[in-house]
Design a protein around this ligand. Structure first.
Ligand SMILES: C[S@@+](CC[C@H](N)C(=O)[O-])C[C@H]1O[C@@H](n2cnc3c(N)ncnc32)[C@H](O)[C@@H]1O
Length: 343
């Protein structure tokens, strides 16, 4: 198997990322390398012990401490990977795939790429036959996203590109009008990009925006309506409440993530089409003055801004992880090539 991360199953091999649950439930994630060892004050675990074992095995280290070894799921990885910008959480990523109707073979545009969490779900959904065109206006965030995607997939997918720049300007320069199947926007001001998105989308194509606040939701809804180029937008949010299920103690968890964001989706109409039931509404510009726009600054919407120093550290972490995976994968490929030559 040349691309284990795209098919993350089968026995462990060098280059795999493995999540270990050790004494007292402590989690560590390692990348299996030839000669690699994990040192803790509970002893040493040689990576070679894991190679060839089935996913879900329990192994012992030099001191007899036991570790449960599992390949991290996509949702485990995105929650633990280095972040430049806030990520789309797995519950919302799953809804985006469904509501934006991302299908194998689709041409999908995404902006901004942020930390690359949503990119990973989109890449999975479009498959090898599809294409993901990501746009990001901050180069450091694009670098973090690239490193994270490379770490998880073991290589940078050939059907994925990141274009640096503002989507509103970069999209028309990058794609032909009407050539994009789906667009997903996760940014502070998606309404600024809707004209470019309308131009890029194929008739019937879907745009889905992920926004954090009700004021953003309202503004993007009114903008979509005002263009007259989309179907009536549909909005919702997703709450996932965990349950504690043990014997007779079966009840909702005490804590939950109550709010992450809202999704709003609409479909591109054919040129000149006016749906019979659409009440034409102009964008009421007066509804949004300068002081309203101030309300959507990153600080005002509680979007904590990462410091440059912190971002450089996250980028170093992400690149170190990606380099480790690439080193291990290359060494493994060379070993495979050597073994094949011996046949
Ligand atoms: C919340 S983050 C995206 C997180 C990403 N979806 C993830 O799951 O990791 C928003 C990103 O959008 C970028 N951005 C904002 N406006 C943009 C625009 N007009 N064009 C391109 N990127 C933009 C920001 O720089 C930031 O990195």
């Amino acid at each position: 198997m040349t691309d284990p991360a795209l098919r993350p199953s089968g026995p462990f091999r060098y280059g795999d990322r493995v999540q270990l649950t050790g004494p007292k439930g402590r989690l560590s994630t390692i990348t299996l390398t030839e000669g690699g060892e994990m040192h803790t004050h509970h002893g040493v675990l040689k990576h070679e012990v894991l190679v060839g074992l089935p996913d879900g095995s329990v192994v012992e280290n030099s001191a007899g401490s036991e570790y449960l070894a599992l390949r991290p799921l996509l949702r485990d990885f995105v929650l633990s990977m280095p972040r430049g910008a806030a990520i789309v959480y797995p519950k919302d990523a799953a809804q985006i795939i469904a509501q934006a109707d991302i299908f194998p073979g689709a041409v999908v545009v995404e902006a901004g790429v942020g930390s690359g969490a949503l990119s990973l779900s989109l890449l999975r959904a479009v498959g090898r036959e599809g294409r993901l065109l990501s746009f990001e206006r901050r180069e450091e965030f694009a670098d973090v996203a690239r490193a994270n995607v490379t770490t998880f997939l073991g290589a940078t997918p050939e059907n994925w590109s990141i274009t640096l720049g503002d989507l509103a300007e970069a999209l028309p320069e990058t794609v032909d009008a009407g050539s994009v199947d789906r667009v997903v926007l996760d940014m502070l001001a998606p309404w600024d990009c809707i004209d470019a998105v309308a131009e890029a989308l194929t008739p019937g194509g879907v745009v889905t925006c992920y926004v954090a606040t009700a004021t953003q939701l309202s503004r993007v809804a009114e903008y979509l309506r005002g263009t007259g180029l989309f179907t009536e937008p549909e909005a919702n949010e997703t709450m996932v409440r965990g349950w504690h299920v043990e014997g007779l103690a079966v009840r909702p968890d005490h804590r939950m993530v109550a709010h992450t964001g809202f999704l709003i989706s609409a479909r591109r109409l054919a040129p000149g089409a006016v749906p019979p039931d659409v009440r034409k509404r102009a964008v009421r510009k007066t509804a949004y003055g300068d002081e309203d726009v101030e309300l959507w600054t990153p600080g005002a919407v509680g979007d904590r801004q990462i410091t440059d120093k912190n971002l450089r550290k996250r980028l170093r972490d992400a690149e170190r992880a990606a380099a480790g995976v690439l080193r291990a994968t290359t060494a493994d490929d060379e070993a495979d090539a050597g073994a094949a030559g011996d046949d």
